[in-house]
Design a protein around this ligand. Structure first.
Ligand SMILES: *Cc1c(COP(=O)(O)O)cnc(C)c1O
Length: 368
């Protein structure tokens, strides 16, 4: 049996007609840049999250970049974030001439450890950027508290967490700005790249809106230098269709996660921890195993897709050698990078497929 890590064709098959009609409508209208389809989808995401403003941009990476720019992050500034995330989280900081400063993660959730943030704050710190990794929110209350105490902004990297909840609040709406990605493998994935910034702050929303059109307002008058970074109307129309299914799909992921939790519990591995005040949306179901590489090889030989998110922490990346990060600086992130592996949890995964995955993991670990 073959079980991919993610099966986008299975999802497409369920909404094919609706999706093609939506894309066709945009083509017939020829309203390709911003315009009604983007506006409608921005409003839908704002409503879904309970945010006042939503601004569609070209990718999740650009959402982070423009959000940091809106916070006035520039050369020499520092942004505190996690060393255990997709590269974009740190890359956008560097692209603004600022410096990523890493605080290690909590081993249970793999999210930034709020207790390690205060000691990283310097006069150059501008922003704290927690990442809601795998679809579970970071511990936002102590993060918001330390940010407020030091007059810092909080930008949530919610690229993997649209629809996740934390003490009843939606991911992306707890900090000053929240950033989503519509990369095809996210829970709400487009037909290509796309992203969104949400905020309750009118001035920050205006700034992001100006930044995505070269810093112009009104058109052809530039008070700041911005970017060309708009959510494409074709993407907005497709995403609008998919947003209607998001909660149903997320429930499918959560159902599969609960089955794994139960069935993998007695094996020699660590299943994901999720706290009761979090609604984890399981963009990834990530387990921790001593012989991770052996397990990955075994599953590969049995046609089961897996991925390592992420095999090398950010402070040890070659491009950050100048920052002086060393092995041992962030032991929890380093341990997670050695031992975690993500397994198929997508909504369309069938019962037989999931049984097969469980069976293969059990047989590798010797049914202990
Ligand atoms: C996917 C992702 C991004 C980047 O989003 P893109 O849309 O691919 O640019 C940023 N941060 C995290 C944590 C991500 O998972």
């Amino acid at each position: 049996m073959k079980v991919p890590l993610l099966d986008l064709q299975a999802q497409y098959a369920t909404i094919r007609k609706e999706l093609r009609a939506a894309v066709d409508e945009v083509m017939e209208s020829c309203r390709f840049i911003l315009g009604p389809y983007v506006q409608e989808f921005e409003k839908a995401v704002a409503d879904y999250c309970g945010a006042r403003y939503a601004v569609g941009v070209a990718s999740g990476t650009d959402a982070l970049l423009l959000a940091l720019r809106a916070c006035q992050v520039g050369p020499g500034d520092e942004v505190i974030t996690t060393p255990y995330s997709f590269f974009a989280t740190a890359g956008v900081i560097s692209r603004l001439g600022a410096v990523p400063v890493f605080a290690d993660i909590e081993p249970e959730t793999y999210n930034i450890n709020p207790d390690l943030i205060a000691e990283k704050i310097t006069p150059r710190t501008r922003v704290i950027m927690p990442v809601h990794l795998y679809g579970q929110c970071a511990e936002m209350d102590p993060i918001l508290e330390v940010a407020e105490k030091h007059g810092l902004k909080v930008v949530e990297d919610a690229a993997q967490a649209i629809g996740a909840e934390h003490h009843g609040r939606k991911a992306g709406t707890m900090g000053h700005l929240g950033c989503f990605s519509f990369f095809p493998s996210k829970n709400l994935g487009g037909l290509g790249d796309g992203g969104m910034v949400v905020t309750d702050d009118e001035d920050l929303a205006d700034l992001v809106r100006i930044l995505r059109v070269h810093g112009s307002k009104p058109k052809y008058y530039h008070s700041i230098v911005g970017y060309n970074s708009r959510l494409d109307a074709l993407q907005a129309a497709a995403l609008q269709v998919k947003l209607n299914y998001l909660d149903e799909w997320t429930e499918g992921r959560r159902r599969h996660a609960a089955i794994y939790d139960e069935r993998l519990r007695d094996l020699d591995l660590v299943t994901p921890r999720s706290w009761e005040y979090n609604r984890h949306i399981y963009n990834q179901y990530t387990i921790r195993v001593a012989d991770r590489d052996g397990l990955q090889q075994h599953l590969k030989e049995h046609d089961i897709g897996t991925a390592l998110y992420y095999p090398l922490p950010l402070h040890l990346q070659e491009c950050y050698r100048d920052l002086g990060g060393r092995e041992g600086d962030h032991p929890e992130a380093e341990g997670a990078a050695r031992e975690t592996i993500s397994i198929p949890v997508y909504p369309e995964l069938s019962e037989e497929q999931q049984e097969y995955v469980i069976g293969q993991i059990s047989s590798f670990l010797g049914g202990k």
